[in-house]
Ligand binder design. Structure first.
Ligand code: SF4
Length: 266
């Protein structure tokens, strides 16, 4: 978008009105035509590399092998559960999918079940009409275009009905072991509250976190942050007394500086 809009609403060509073509070309930067898109601005954060490493080391001691709290048995049921989990609790989704996955735990069976029957199974979940439509459509697409299998590439996942960046990131992380980070409400809050990755959008927080999380911890950071946000650094009242990173945390809201004892959570 190189043109400006003038007061009349007409486009105003840059340089045309105030200089001869020669003068305009003399003023033009030599590399303007090959200018790269601007990189996201790096935000300075109040943590040293050692402090960040220590934060994730402690999370790794608490939960060496964190798992999703959504119930699933294979990549397909994981994908469906994540699609259904938007604006719903994991417990609510698990309750609804128990019977749904008993009758349809693969794309072909789900496509055969059809939108109306899927809707009946998930009536207790918010936005169930739209979600039923998406689950039926994505099952049909998997059968038609992917041999009934869940693809392991982001572009193919995001092309499925009802699947956005966040859902694709969860599936890539949990089912395919990729070092993705799906920013949900908990991770968004932690990124901003702790000033680990301040950002106005989930994408900005995602990029900020991926930039600072040390490589050995990237695979599980997604779950550690979600679970820390869900059970300790809660939205309304963080439980700082129970927090293993209370000494390192730079959140203004924190009420305690003494870290809770560090041990694996059963
Ligand atoms: S000290 Fe409090 S605010 Fe900081 S991470 Fe822990 S629970 Fe959250």
């Amino acid at each position: 978008m190189s043109d400006k809009i003038g007061p009349s609403g007409q486009g105003v060509k840059r340089g045309k009105s105030d200089a001869s073509p020669r003068a305009a070309s003399a003023k033009r930067p030599a590399r303007a035509a090959t200018r790269r898109p601007a990189r996201p601005r790096r935000v300075k954060i109040p943590y040293s590399e050692e402090e960040i490493t220590e934060i994730f080391r402690r999370f790794s001691v608490q939960r060496p092998e964190p798992v999703s709290e959504l119930a699933y048995t294979n990549p397909f049921t994981l994908l469906v559960a994540v699609v259904l989990s938007a604006q719903a609790t994991d417990a609510g989704v698990n309750k609804a999918t128990r019977e749904l996955f008993r009758v349809a735990d693969n794309a072909a069976a789900m496509a055969a079940l059809g939108e109306d029957a899927i809707r009946e199974h998930i009536r207790t979940i918010g936005l169930y009409r739209n979600k039923a439509k998406n689950v039926a459509a994505l099952a049909g697409t998997l059968v038609a275009q992917h041999g009934g299998q869940v693809p392991g590439e982001r572009a193919a996942l995001e092309a499925l009905p009802g699947v956005g960046r966040k859902t694709a990131s969860v599936v890539l992380n949990v089912a395919f072991g990729e070092e993705t980070l799906a920013v949900d409400t908990h991770i968004f809050r932690i990124g901003n509250r702790l000033k680990l990755a301040p950002g106005a959008t989930p994408e900005a927080v995602e990029q900020g976190l991926l930039r600072i999380i040390p490589p050995p911890y990237r695979r599980h950071a997604h779950h550690w942050l979600i679970l820390h946000g869900r059970y300790v650094c809660k939205a309304r009242k963080p439980d700082c007394e129970a927090c293993v990173i209370a000494d390192l945390c730079k959140a203004e809201i924190k009420t305690n500086d003494v870290p809770a004892p560090l041990h694996p959570i059963p």
